[in-house]
Design a protein around this ligand. Structure first.
Ligand SMILES: [Mn+2]
Length: 339
């Protein structure tokens, strides 16, 4: 073969296909297949889990177990097959030929309490699209160009002739729609739209998905939004918008963790803002920080600085210490990167 760019692409493509059948080989020999996605689940995490889970159950039956690593936000309860999710007690019955498939997790901290049993799995298959993914699996299907893990799962199902039905298509569409901010973000390319269009061919109920994802916000969410928005501070010529949500504010608004989803994007979408930060109190002197950027700033670098991770325009981390000090350190770091 003559060494041209074209041939190199063909070789790379063949390697990818081989890698994919490596997954099936690994799953064939596993006595049990556990699937897990990240804690604080979002649409992509739940969508990819339910979709891949149902498809693998179709092929492998009872040996496929979907793990519930965290509480499912009400927003996503419209998806079918939620009854497939098992509580973590089921891990007591794990045997030594088990495989764990992690979905949408950049590192093993993201799987929550499942990580306590990590040594009991014979192998890990890591499927993800986070740029900061540290390739912790025996098999790693990590594509940071993919809009979502759901997009990767769709390709995987197709390339391996695994089941795609209406339920699976709805779960994948939910994942892609939520991770692309409803097809707004840069990661949304021709391929994303092509996949979305193929998913629509399965006769999915698109209006149902749009309703539950974008038009059914709870009163609690609206109330915590109001409180968080009241407290926004703008810095550096309104390029940074930052707010702090305390446990007390959450209590007053009767809000749960998933109710604050969307606040950071709301701040980002203000004119002139390049970066939005939401600092949420999770414990005494312990805060979860969410970061979003609009055009050029790579927030995953800032998150990595604090041992977090994510994507160029969406990242996060957990930081311990005094909140004012955290805020000061964050603002200093961001200032260095602002234009
Ligand atoms: Mn994702």
């Amino acid at each position: 073969m003559v060494f041209t760019f074209q041939n190199l692409l063909i070789v790379l493509k063949k390697m990818r296909i081989r890698m994919k059948s490596d997954i099936l080989k690994e799953l064939d020999r596993s006595s049990k297949i556990y699937l897990v996605s990240h804690i604080n689940p979002d649409g992509d995490s739940i969508g990819s889990l339910l979709a891949f889970g149902k498809s693998l159950k179709h092929k492998y039956g009872e040996k496929v177990i979907l793990l519930k690593s965290d509480k499912i936000p009400d927003t996503f309860k419209f998806l079918n097959n939620m009854n497939y999710l098992s509580d973590l007690q089921i891990l007591k019955a794990i045997d030594d030929n088990s495989t764990l498939i992690t979905l949408d997790c950049g590192d093993l901290n993201r799987i929550g309490a499942v990580n306590d049993s990590i040594k009991n799995f014979k192998s890990i298959i890591n499927i993800d699209h986070h740029k900061s993914n540290n390739l912790f699996g025996k098999i790693n299907i990590v594509d940071s160009d993919a809009s979502s893990t759901s997009e990767i799962i769709f390709k995987l199902l197709k390339d391996n002739s695994l089941l795609i039905d209406k339920d699976i298509a709805e779960a994948l569409y939910t994942g892609i729609s939520s991770d692309t901010g409803s097809f707004k973000y840069e990661s949304t390319d021709a391929n994303t739209h092509r996949i979305a269009s193929e998913l629509l061919e399965y006769n999915i109920d698109k209006s149902k998905i749009i309703f539950y994802l974008y038009q059914n916000r709870s009163i609690e969410t609206t109330n915590i939004f109001i409180e968080a928005i009241k407290k926004i501070e703008f810095h550096y010529h309104n390029k940074i918008g930052i707010t702090i949500i305390t446990k007390n504010m959450m209590k007053e608004a009767n809000a749960s963790v998933s109710d604050i989803d969307g606040i950071v994007e709301f701040i980002r979408d203000t004119e002139n803002i390049e970066i939005a930060c939401v600092i949420k109190e999770i414990d005494i002197n312990k805060y979860k920080v969410s970061l979003r950027s609009k055009s050029y700033l790579d927030v995953s670098q800032i998150a990595t600085h604090f041992n977090g991770g994510g994507h160029k325009k969406a990242a996060g981390m957990v930081v311990e210490g005094n909140v004012e000090k955290i805020k000061y350190k964050l603002l200093q770091l961001i200032n260095k990167k602002l234009r």
